[in-house]
Design a protein around this ligand. Structure first.
Ligand SMILES: [Zn+2]
Length: 694
């Protein structure tokens, strides 16, 4: 997920305050101030900037460390998770577990990855075979041989192969091909004319040249090759759909036979034979962006074989740079972390190794199976940090949010009874997975040894690729998780119509279970549950039916009304300008903004059913509903470097953290009342402009 999964989620939490029975004041350990009150910046008026009011005190006291590109709540959770995982890994590395056992795999992975001396001695040797294959290429068909081979290492050159549920028939696994092949985070980085983006492009060319020099090319050869690679990628970028245009499931679903794809779009790429080398013999293939593939074919033919070979070398080495000798990792850090995200110094090696255990194979609308090595570690993480009692409490909160939605649907005045019935049916069919997979998958086919860190990472990629290919032609595995339990994130699967909440999402930094009351639990975790649930009913999710298939089940007038109401949200977010000259794209971020707003509304409805809300006792001068909104702001308490903010505004579908707070809250009447928001204050919106969807 653009290297930073940390912020994409509706963050964390520890369920169901045990505390509340006798009133919240009594539940606080004596002398310990409420953490929400301690974070405030009371020099800011809540109606002007609630994010700063709620979090400003903490943010001022806690500047971003040099090793980070942002700092705040999710980062604090990540710190706690890191420490648990480090203990799990180092214990496994010293226990001499039997060959082939899970602990042996964890231990071998960790010991090898932490051995920087070994990585330095090996240099490029772990990639020798793959590089030799590219060296031996003599013509375009051999370029394609090498490019297709790289897909099995999850190096998505030219395009991206996906074997996953068919969006029109969720019971079937289909072969998909998607635009891809770019080194920068999104096609907009190649085409935008402003100075900052042009600077990033220049630096990217330097970065490519740097990597090619590390591969042994001379300075001048590497510079020239880098410029040609950039020209090639720019041609692919110009043919790629914008982020906004990749969102719609219908226009990104184009079904044809592999032979038709070759005949009509890519005469150079014989898909029947190419797929057969992976033992895939599909009747049809879903081409997400056919015009991209036509352009890819043209650009491939027009580009010299030597440029394409350099392109393949660069992407292979770039993908595995963090696991090679440190000079490669430093090159990647300089460009991807420092330049694109503003991080000043690398994190310590042990944290980077933990991140590598947890990498996601991610593309919007599809997420591959979670990392197998991360899953093995995750099993220990769960046994240490996620007791059955927490799982049960959390499951009850999911039910409370679902109940709130059910009640809300019944009372909506803009939806016809016929559509309401279908919404209710989809909600009733929605599944939820809490904490960790049950049963745990079998990872016996995963090969981990002590030959090299890079080889282990290639084996992880191979396992995941083989696992993906192996799913073709089989029934859909509905217990599969696409994130590890230690991931601070969550997801909704449209095809399975289910939400999944990894165990790490429940952690409130520095608090024990008994210190988390309902106001915090409902805002901090409940909104996140509501957020994921709402993805089934946002502007894209509503286009899928209860079985997870694309289908237009909405009455025409209801659909038009939905569009009208969500249009207000588009306009609202289009007007936000987090960086001078760079606004939020209200259309690209619409699904996430609907999920944030409606998730908040549902969690608030559910919170109003609790004793804590009804008893209305103050904690440190704050009412339960004020603390609910403050805890919501706390879930997004983050400051980030300008570089990262810029990158995310161009490549992310989520609004930046601050606007995930002030945007939705500006539409919620209870918030206006709780903090006495008045006309003339920056967050005040006239009632007729306040969004109301779900
Ligand atoms: Zn979301």
């Amino acid at each position: 997920m653009n290297g930073l999964q940390v912020l994409t989620a509706a963050v964390i939490g520890m369920l169901f305050a045990v505390a509340v029975r006798g009133g919240t004041e009594a539940s606080r350990p004596t002398g310990k101030p409420d953490f929400l009150a301690a974070n405030l910046d009371i020099s800011v008026n809540p109606g002007d900037d609630f994010f700063e009011y709620a979090n400003g005190g903490w943010l001022k006291r806690n500047p971003i460390p040099a090793t980070e590109s942002g700092w705040g709540t999710a980062y604090l959770v990540q710190e706690q998770v890191y420490h648990t995982l480090r203990a799990v890994n180092s214990r496994a590395a010293t226990m001499s577990a039997p060959e082939g056992s899970d602990d042996r795999k964890i231990g071998d992975f960790w010991a090898t990855a932490m051995d920087v001396g070994k990585a330095r001695r090996l240099g490029l040797r772990p990639l020798k075979r793959e590089l030799a294959r590219i060296d031996s290429v003599k013509n375009l068909q051999q370029v394609l041989d090498a490019g297709f081979a790289l897909q099995s290492l999850e190096v998505s050159v030219f395009f991206r192969l996906l074997v996953d549920q068919d969006k029109r028939n969720s019971t079937v696994i289909a072969v998909h091909v998607n635009q891809g092949g770019l080194g920068l985070p999104d096609r907009d980085f190649y085409v935008k004319a402003d100075k900052s983006t042009a600077h990033i492009r220049d630096e990217y060319v330097h970065h490519i040249a740097h990597v090619l020099r590390l591969l042994g090319q001379s300075e001048s050869t590497a510079q020239a090759a880098a410029r040609r690679i950039m020209a090639f990628e720019s041609a692919l970028a110009r043919a790629s759909r914008t982020l906004g245009n990749t969102r719609d499931p219908m226009t990104n679903y184009n079904r044809m036979t592999p032979a038709e794809l070759t005949r009509d779009y890519t005469p150079t790429i014989g898909w029947v034979d190419r797929l057969a080398t992976w033992n895939l013999h599909p009747d049809y293939i879903v081409v997400r962006q056919p015009e991209y593939f036509a352009a890819l074919d043209r650009v491939l033919v027009q580009t010299s074989v030597s440029v394409l070979k350099d392109y393949l070398r660069f992407h292979l080495v770039s993908a595995y740079a963090p696991y090679l000798s440190p000079s490669f990792g430093r090159a990647n850090f300089h460009f991807f972390n420092r330049l694109l995200a503003g991080q000043q110094e690398p994190e310590p090696r042990w944290k980077r190794v933990l991140d590598s255990e947890n990498t996601l194979s991610y593309i919007p609308g599809f997420v591959g199976a979670a990392s197998p090595i991360g899953m093995l570690v995750g099993r220990s993480f769960v046994s240490e940090r996620f007791p059955e009692s927490t799982k049960q409490r959390y499951t009850r909160l999911v039910e409370a949010i679902e109940t709130a939605f059910r009640e809300r649907i019944k009372q909506l005045d803009w939806l016809s009874e016929a559509t309401k019935a279908k919404v209710l049916a989809k909600l009733a069919a929605m599944g939820s997975m809490v904490g960790y997979p049950d049963p745990w998958p079998d990872y016996s086919a995963l090969i981990i040894g002590r030959s090299s860190y890079c080889e282990n990472m290639m084996n992880v990629a191979r396992w995941r690729f083989e696992h993906m290919l192996g799913s073709f032609g089989k029934p859909v595995n509905r217990t599969q998780w696409r994130m590890t339990p230690q991931t601070i994130d969550a997801y909704y699967s449209v095809s399975n119509n289910e939400i999944a909440y990894p165990a790490a999402e429940f952690i409130v930094p520095g608090l024990t279970d008994s210190e988390v009351d309902d106001a915090v639990a409902y805002a901090y975790v409940g909104v996140g549950i509501g957020h994921e649930l709402m993805h089934g009913f946002d502007d894209q999710g509503r286009k899928y039916d209860a079985r997870g298939n694309i289908g237009d089940w909405w009455a025409v007038d209801d659909a038009a009304e939905f569009e009208k109401r969500s249009g207000v949200l588009v306009k609202q977010f289009d007007a936000y300008e987090p960086l001078a000259g760079l606004r939020i794209n209200g259309r690209n971020s619409l699904s996430e903004n609907i999920a944030d707003y409606s998730g908040l509304v549902l969690a608030l409805d559910a919170f109003k059913q609790t004793d804590e809300y009804r008893e209305d006792r103050k904690v440190d001068g704050l009412t339960p509903i004020q603390r609910f909104f403050l805890a919501y702001a706390y879930s997004w308490m983050t400051q980030e470097r300008e570089e990262q903010l810029r990158r995310d505004l161009l490549s992310e579908t989520h609004s930046p953290p601050k606007w995930r707070v002030i945007g939705p809250l500006s539409n919620i009447t209870d918030f206006y009342q709780a903090f006495d928001v008045q006309p003339g204050q920056a967050m005040w919106r006239p009632p007729e402009n306040r969004v109301s969807i779900w």
